[in-house]
Structure formats: structure tokens, C-alpha cells
Write a new protein. Structure first.
Length: 252
């Protein structure tokens, strides 16, 4: 029985090694690309009220390759910004406001509210009706003064008369929220996800800023970029070696 030429055995061995290395490098490139995309999205939204930064969680698979585990929302509280607008409310602590959309109820920490032509209290972004603790929309009479008082627990008053109460609640910890646009979130297929807080804390005349740490993002940006470029160069070299090996093998 004739043995294959040593050169073919060497080419085959190198090809197998390069295939494994190629997968490892490709996985790393995919991970760094996702990390850079999330980072750039955070930077773009550094001034978006209520925005929650996105972090890409990574892990090593059974072969030691760097892969993306998940895209995680970073729920650290953002800074409170004074606006002086009586319809702006910031949550001082845990929780979310709830708004009603054509796609279902969403949750947000962007408490910049306004009133639409029908007299509904709505979010400034998207103009979604804001929900009360009872789950209904909040009606404010447009013919009366909008100089409202909102207590620390979310009670809405006008001239000493209580009109309604803002829904401020937490999300069932067993449920993973999904971002809709960075400042609005949904709990897919979980109608009972929103649990009203008995004693929420809110601050009228304020809104919560983005929680993006710009200094952290600027430090991470060049590091991720360098890692991506290095792996891209390695991938190019491996492709050249693979092509050369195949040409050598076919010449035998």
C-alpha cells in the first residue's frame, strides 16, 4: 500500500490546525464587533434621558474560544438633572414608570412627561400614555392649570386635590428585560412582570440622565479596536497560509 507523500500529510495537518484557529479567530472577531457596536451605541446615547448602557457579556467555550454569552442591560442609576418642569419626574431608587403602546406596555425611567391634546399624561419620547398605579391612563384636564404637585410617592395633586398616582414598580427578578430603544424596555410574554412599589420615591422637577459612563467607554474603545484589528490581521495571515498549502498539495 502506497503511503501519501509527507508533504500532503504536513499540508493536511496544518490545514486541520488552521481550521481550528480560524474558528477561534472568527469567534473573537464576532465578539469584539458586538462589543464595539454596543460601546458606540452607548456613546451615541450618552445624553439620552433614561438610557441604560448595554454591556456584552463574554465567556470561553469548551474549546477555549472567546464567544458572546449575552447582551446585558446595565441598570446603574443615572444622574438626576433639574429641569424645573412640573411634569418631569425622576425615580429616586429602584423602579420603572409604565407606559402603554400599540405593542403593549413598556417600562422606562425617562420621566419627562407632557400632556397631549386629549388631556392624557404622555411620555415626551414616543408620546405614549403614562399609566397610573391602577393600570389606567392618567387624565389631566387641559382647561385647568398644569401647575401640578407630585409627591415623593407619586401622588398627583392640583390645588390640594389628588388626581391620580403614577405607576412606579419593579420588574419580577426572574424576568429578563429587553431593550426597545435604549430607554424603553419590554418583558416579552410576561403580563404580570410589573409589580407596583408600595412606597416608591420620586422627585418632581427632575429627570434621570443616561447612565453611560463616558470615561469608561472612552477607555474601552481603543482596547476593543486594537483586539479586533489584531485578530483581523491574524485571520488574513491564516487565509494566505491555507491558500499556499492547498497550492502546494495540488502540485504533488
Amino acid at each position: 500500500m502506497n503511503k501519501p507523500p509527507k508533504i500532503l500529510i504536513a499540508v493536511f495537518t496544518v490545514s486541520c490546525l488552521l481550521t481550528a484557529a480560524n474558528k477561534s479567530t472568527t469567534d473573537a472577531l464576532d465578539t469584539y464587533e458586538k462589543q464595539y457596536g454596543a460601546l458606540m451605541n452607548n456613546v451615541v446615547n450618552v445624553n439620552t434621558p433614561g438610557y441604560r448602557a448595554v454591556k456584552i457579556v463574554t465567556r470561553l467555550d469548551k474549546d477555549g474560544n472567546l464567544v458572546t454569552e449575552e447582551s446585558a442591560l446595565f441598570f446603574k442609576v443615572g444622574a438626576m438633572t433639574f429641569s424645573g418642569d412640573p411634569l418631569h419626574v425622576a425615580i429616586d431608587g429602584p423602579g420603572f414608570f409604565s407606559v402603554r403602546t400599540p405593542q403593549g406596555d413598556l417600562f422606562t425611567r425617562d420621566g419627562r412627561f407632557t400632556v397631549n391634546s386629549a388631556g392624557d399624561l404622555v411620555s415626551l419620547a414616543g408620546r405614549y400614555p403614562v399609566l397610573s398605579a391602577g393600570g389606567s391612563t392618567i387624565q389631566l384636564n387641559m382647561n385647568e392649570s398644569l401647575d401640578l404637585q407630585i409627591s415623593e410617592t407619586g401622588l398627583i395633586f392640583r390645588d390640594g386635590e389628588m388626581l391620580d398616582r403614577l405607576a412606579v414598580g419593579e420588574i419580577d427578578p426572574s424576568i429578563t428585560l429587553r431593550t426597545v430603544n435604549g430607554s424603553f424596555f419590554e418583558a416579552p410574554d410576561n403580563e404580570g412582570a410589573f409589580i407596583n412599589l408600595e412606597t416608591p420615591r420620586v422627585r418632581q422637577y427632575y429627570f434621570e440622565s443616561s447612565n453611560v459612563d463616558m470615561s469608561e467607554e472612552l477607555v474601552a474603545m481603543p482596547d476593543i479596536s486594537k483586539k479586533y484589528d489584531a485578530n483581523a490581521k491574524v485571520l488574513q495571515i491564516m487565509k494566505k497560509i491555507t491558500t499556499t498549502g492547498r497550492e502546494m498539495g495540488s502540485a504533488q
